[in-house]
Write a protein that binds this ligand. Structure first.
Ligand SMILES: Cc1cc2nc3c(=O)[nH]c(=O)nc-3n(C[C@H](O)[C@H](O)[C@H](O)COP(=O)(O)OP(=O)(O)OC[C@H]3O[C@@H](n4cnc5c(N)ncnc54)[C@H](O)[C@@H]3O)c2cc1C
Length: 395
């Protein structure tokens, strides 16, 4: 039986563990934290926040994989009346519809956006400068970057199309992403995966001490890229990511509040998650999560000031209705972003040699956000098991 060691018990690590165990491998997962899930965790009640606004997109291969195994669980659909309360800030006021110029970028039959040109330049040729900027800012919902217009046109356009598709791709596991993580952990458990929480691995040499008996099993490093760089002592493990201020709020219910507000004048997104899932906050309260990308010279306070402006527009009287509030910054933890001239193929490769593989949302795999973690985890397992089988054949 093949053995595989997985370091990190987030979405990537659990995907890798389940896939390898389904293929018959004996898997051990080491997770530093006391719970599994990484950035896919959900807070315990009474305010069941994900780590920043999270939606599960249905257009990627992870969707079918999770569905087939019944790992998503019940979904919380957005009632049509609530969905109609999506608002867009444009030229300082809230609107129900996007500016017409922006729609030109969503027409069918447009040629594929180029990799080597920035989005703002490419999109300006189709939608004019203002339409291009509005589209870039809207795409920040799936980018978490302060200047999406400066990124590769191909990269941003894919996210723009995914985030504006009808019917929407965004879905919400009832109770938050933790319910999906719990199901994945249960599946891994049933497949015999050994999961060691509170087990930080600081060096691959640690594994000899942790494993019993010591093996030369392939290792899948499914941590953040920063943690992988430290663990593997490999300075080449870097890639660009976003930096965003996060705000979580509970407010007393008021009829007429927006469902979500996208800022087309700058980058920023607010979403009232109780619109689709009442279980996320106590009765009579609404849970709002927002993310406001900040430039390198900006502070959390700058992002939060923009959040408050948008709250003023979409949630009148919110200041007097607040019952709970939390703020933070996610820096380099919102997945890879590709600069002009680069694509996912240029990111740190999954196969690091010597039986070591990377999985995570900043490595060389396609997809949007967590789909990169999923795709890289599948690639890592197939390479690890394939190579192992080849080694056995040669021996
Ligand atoms: C604000 C925000 C909003 C997001 N919104 C969305 C969204 O709407 N849709 C979407 O698809 N994705 C979204 N994402 C991205 C998604 O959360 C991540 O892509 C995904 O959770 C990453 O999973 P991962 O397993 O690759 O990494 P992580 O979640 O970082 O998991 C890595 C795990 O490794 C552990 N670890 C680290 N170092 C060690 C070590 N040395 N030893 C042992 N264990 C270690 C960590 O504790 C962690 O549990 C969002 C992310 C953020 C930050």
């Amino acid at each position: 039986m093949h053995r595989i060691t997985v370091i990190g018990g987030g979405f990537a690590g659990l995907t890798a563990a389940i896939t390898a165990a389904e293929a018959g491998a004996k898997v051990t997962v080491y997770e530093a934290h006391h719970t599994l899930g990484g950035w896919a965790r959900t807070a315990e009640g009474p305010y069941r926040t994900n780590e920043g606004p999270h939606a599960l997109y249905s257009g990627g291969p992870h969707w079918a994989w999770l569905k087939q195994r019944d790992l998503i669980g019940p979904l919380a659909p957005i009632p049509p009346l609530e969905a109609a309360r999506l608002r867009l800030r444009h030229r300082g006021v809230l609107r129900r519809t996007p500016p017409f110029a922006m729609l030109k970028l969503l027409r069918r039959g447009l040629p594929q956006a180029p990799v080597d040109v920035d989005f703002q330049t490419w999109a300006t040729g189709i939608a004019g400068e203002e339409g291009a900027r509005a589209a870039a800012h809207y795409s920040a919902v799936a980018l978490f970057h302060h200047d999406p217009g400066a990124l590769s046109a191909a990269f941003v356009w894919e996210r723009l199309r995914r985030a504006t598709k009808l019917p929407p791709e965004a879905h919400y596991p009832q109770g938050g992403w933790a319910t999906m993580i719990d199901r994945m952990a249960a599946r891994a458990w049933n497949l015999g995966v050994r999961m060691e929480t509170l087990s930080r691995v600081d060096s691959l040499d640690d594994l000899d001490g942790l494993q019993s008996p010591a093996t030369d099993a392939p290792v899948i490093v499914a941590t953040s890229l920063d943690a992988a760089r430290r663990l593997l002592k490999d300075d080449s493990l870097t890639w660009t990511s976003g930096r965003t201020a996060l705000i979580d709020l509970a407010v007393r219910t008021r009829r007429g509040d927006a469902f979500a507000v996208s800022d087309l004048d700058e980058t920023g997104w607010l979403e009232r998650f109780t619109a689709q899932d009442r279980s996320l906050a106590p009765a009579g309260e609404q849970l709002i999560q927002g993310q406001f990308p900040i430039a390198p010279h900006e502070t959390r306070a700058d992002g939060i000031a923009r959040a408050e402006q948008l709250l003023d527009l979409g949630f009148p009287g919110w200041r007097e209705r607040v019952t709970w509030r939390r703020e933070s910054v996610a820096s380099g933890r919102t997945g890879a972003v590709d600069l002009p001239g680069t694509s996912w193929r240029d990111r740190p490769a999954v196969d690091r040699g010597d039986g070591i593989y990377l999985a995570g949302d900043q490595v060389a795999a396609p997809g949007v956000l967590s789909e990169v973690s999923f795709n890289s985890a599948l690639t890592a397992v197939s390479l690890a098991l394939g190579r192992h089988a080849l080694d056995l054949k040669r021996a």
